[in-house]
Each structure stands twice: as C-alpha cells, then as structure tokens.
Design a protein around this ligand. Structure first.
Ligand code: IPE
Ligand code: IPE
Ligand code: MG
Length: 249
C-alpha cells in the first residue's frame, strides 16, 4: 500500500491542537522485515521507507508539529552487509538531491546529526548543500540522524569540552547540563516530546540517549513502510493520554 497523502490531511478532530508534541522523533525500524514478508529484497523495504518518511514529514507540517527527527542510519548499521550499506548511502544521496526543491517549496529546514565526516564524500556534499539552502526555512525543522550513535555523540561532546578546559577557555565547574547540551550534535533543537519506534522492538538502539530523558515512548508493531497517518494519529492520541509528570506529583 502506498502512503496516501490525501487521507487525514487535517489534524484529526479528537486531537487537541494545544497539546501536540512540539518535537517527534522516530526510530524507523522494520524495512527489512516488511520486504521479507513480501518476498522482496531488503533494499525494497528501504525504498518504501523513504515514501513513509516523506508522508510523515508532510503530515507533521499539515498537523502543526514543529519538529521531526528521524533515525536513518546508526553507527552500528555499518556492520550490515556491504551491499546494503552501499545501497543506503546511495539512496540517501539520491533522495536528498531529488527532494531539495520540494523541501524549499514546503519550507522545510533540514539538518543532519551524527558523525558526518565518515560518510561518503558525495553524500556529504549533498548534505551540506541541503542544510545551507534550507537554513532559513521555518515551516518545519527536520533532523536526520545519519551515522548517528548516542554514545558516540556524548563522547565527542566530552572531548570538545575537555579540549576547551585544556586550553583554559572553560573551568570544570562551568560544565552544566545546558553547556553539555550545547556540545551535542543536536545543539539548538528542543528535546523530543514523543519517541515512536515501529516494528515492535522495545529498545532505544543508541538513539538520542541524552535527549530522550523525558520523552514519551510509543512502540507499534507496524513495520515502518506501513506506518501511515492513521498510525501516526494513534501515536498522537496515546501521547495526549499520557500524564507527563517530569518527576513531580
Ligand atoms: C530500519 O529498518 C532501517 C535502517 C536501520 C536503515 P531495518 O533495516 O532495520 O529493518 P529490519 O529491522 O531488519 O526489519
Ligand atoms: C535502529 O534500527 C537504527 C535505525 C532505525 C536507523 P536497527 O534495526 O539498527 O536496531 P536494532 O539492531 O534492532 O537494535
Ligand atoms: Mg531493524
């Protein structure tokens, strides 16, 4: 089933516009299983996953959600077969090139987080181009975690803070949560309010370890290529039923 952007164009009436998450993060899992179920190669699942992501991004914009962060490739995903990794890198590059015009038209500000230096040079070029061109867009903030690992992000933040201390630019007692946050790849983004994981796995898989401290978690058995606006509606309904206490009573 192709993602159908004509359904649920408007925010569903049962959702409270004032209590929507400002920032939704998604672990887009299950592309491989989706393909396997249809007897297709895993890469077809990744291709379908891109269609899903495009519609969920558009949906966030249509429904008034200000920021979406998607986990596209983890630091651990390099351990997959070379052909799959190559396919994904080429797919990212192609999609980015094809979608830039559309992102400009839809006022999307795209940002990539992760260890981008280790990505293929040609992909880095597309990443830089898309971030520069969409820099002033305000319609929605779209962050793509690519070669991203939460632990790696924390380690690199420690390193850059330590270097500043060593250079005498910073005193150890000046290191607080706000300063630390400022050294993460996601500096400047607000933390996700809602973290969705598709395909039923109840784990974080090294995603946004620092940032999800108080995110509401939502796991669905639906595989990412089948995740549509109806599913997203369910996730938002569940979110609106949560009591976010932040440690208080
Ligand atoms: C998620 O789908 C996409 C990436 C990690 C790039 P998977 O490829 O992990 O799909 P499953 O989990 O094997 O079904
Ligand atoms: C998490 O999915 C990474 C992305 C969605 C990019 P994985 O499929 O890599 O996670 P595990 O292996 O099930 O933990
Ligand atoms: Mg997976």
């Amino acid at each position: 089933m192709t993602a159908n952007p004509t359904i649920l164009q408007e925010l569903p009436a049962d959702l409270d516009r004032d209590r929507l998450p400002k920032h939704v993060a998604v672990i887009m899992d299950g592309n491989g299983r989706w393909a396997k179920k249809q007897g297709l190669p895993r890469i077809i699942g990744h291709r379908r996953g891109v269609d899903t992501l495009k519609d969920i991004l558009r949906c966030c914009k249509d429904w008034g959600i200000q920021a979406l962060t998607a986990y596209a490739f983890s630091t651990e995903n390099w351990g997959r077969p070379l052909e799959e990794v190559d396919f994904l890198m080429t797919l990212f590059e192609r999609v980015l090139r094809q979608e830039l015009r559309e992102m400009m038209a839809e006022d999307v500000k795209i940002r990539f987080v992760g260890n981008l230096d280790a990505l293929p040079r040609s992909l880095q070029t597309e990443i830089e181009r898309s971030m520069e061109q969409t820099y002033h867009n305000q319609g929605i903030h779209f962050t793509v975690a690519t070669n991203y690992g939460g632990r790696q992000e924390i380690v690199q933040a420690c390193r850059s803070i330590a270097a500043k201390v060593q250079q005498g630019l910073l005193q150890p007692d000046e290191i607080d949560e706000a300063l630390f946050q400022h050294h993460l790849y996601t500096a400047g983004n607000c933390d996700p309010d809602l973290l969705i994981r598709t395909s039923g796995e109840m784990r974080i898989s090294n995603f946004l370890l620092w940032q999800v401290a108080y995110a509401e978690l939502y796991v669905t058995n639906t595989l990412w290529p089948d995740f549509d606006r109806r599913e997203f509606h369910c996730a938002l309904s569940a979110y609106q039923q949560r009591d976010r206490r932040f440690g208080k009573v």
